[in-house]
Design a protein. Sequence first.
Length: 464
Amino acid sequence: MKLGNFLIFLLLIVCSCKKQDIILINGKIVSPVDEVVLIYDQYSMTTDTIRVNQDGTFSKSILVSDEHLGSFKHGNFYIPINLKPGSKITIDFDTEDIKNHDFTKVAFGGKGSETSAFLVNLTKLINGAVHDSCYHLKPDDFQNITENIFKKIEAKIDDFQTENLKETVIIEKMRFMILAAKTNCFFRYIRYNAEENDTSEWIYAFKQIVNNLPKNNEKYSKEISVYRFFLISYFETDIKNNLQKEQLKRFTKKHMNRNIDEIISLNAPEPIKDALGNKILMPYSFYSDSIKVIVKERYKELVKNTQYLSDFEKTLYVLEKLKPGNGPPDFSLTDINGKSISLSALKGNVVYMDFWNTRCGPCVSELPFKKELEEKLEGKPVIFLSISIDNTKSDWEKFVKEKELGGIQIYAPYGRNSEIVREYAVKGTPTYLIIDKEGKIVDYESSRPSDSKAEKILLQLAMN
């Protein structure tokens, strides 16, 4: 074969392979609540962003190496999908139809979409399998009800397998999903009902059920959310019990060091150890200085996931810039009335800034105190600036108008994924900051409106 023909032959092979590895995801959203659709690939720890057009349509080809589970996200809606190379999945829905997170009303179409459609129905069955009231039943009654419910769900998979004999990969995962979900129910029952000194037979029987589920399947711990959440809860509970036996007081240096030691020594999939470690890193800004020192010294022992490490190191960098006396990052965002607001333009006033969202209980409970504080400081050079990181802009708009919230109300585009959240290292809500008249940070993670210290600091700065 001549060199030129051989190169063409190789190029055709490469193109053919690439085509097989591509998934086309398209569709139309009626009443979209965001400008983008995100495809979360927990397996490879990647995210693809798809722009939603003005007419609600979206389309993009994404590269996938092998078949695995993922999530389609729009606003605060997470729809499970099966990412299988060569698929062409169409996803159509009206956000009004799925606002209660009933994704069975989503219309799937195209090659390879049948598995995603069934996956959505299966997820609904799993999520509604055992009602919380069942955890108050007697052990025998709980076991009978739980076993019967999951037998019926298994029968649904049997029917799907009969009609889709070639879908061996996803069917195997679905069966594991059922096993993990059922095991989690028995694990939750133990946690709700067992006393440490209880030696009754049902505890032994239920613990055997929990112990029979493999705890070391790294691949499934990435893909199957119900399994991942179970493992995180299982090992977290195990560590908590160990530290309680040692009678270690929480939020002390010894407790933090032992907690980190326990996570490092776990016989668990690395993604689970990373997830547990990241739960320690996430609230870093809330820790006391002595605990911060320990976490900062040991975080590379605790977490191996490069994304988690990168996020934490960015947090450290941002928090260094947010120390008292420094100027906060400037921004320009649109308020509830459509007016452009920049932080720098508020210089000359004391700014009491908070990050919040409408689904945050502590945020909402602070609103009456905040209103009272606004009234007390009326006429003073104090500006109340609230930045919502809700996933859905329409939820924020409706809430602000219905509650007639005062101050400057701003929405951060893309919610928790917005640039301002990263620039201010916001890891939880509510988060409050106080900025003086010179535009310098006085306090990061300052007191909430319900704390009298907030009024005292604001009033003192306003009078200077």
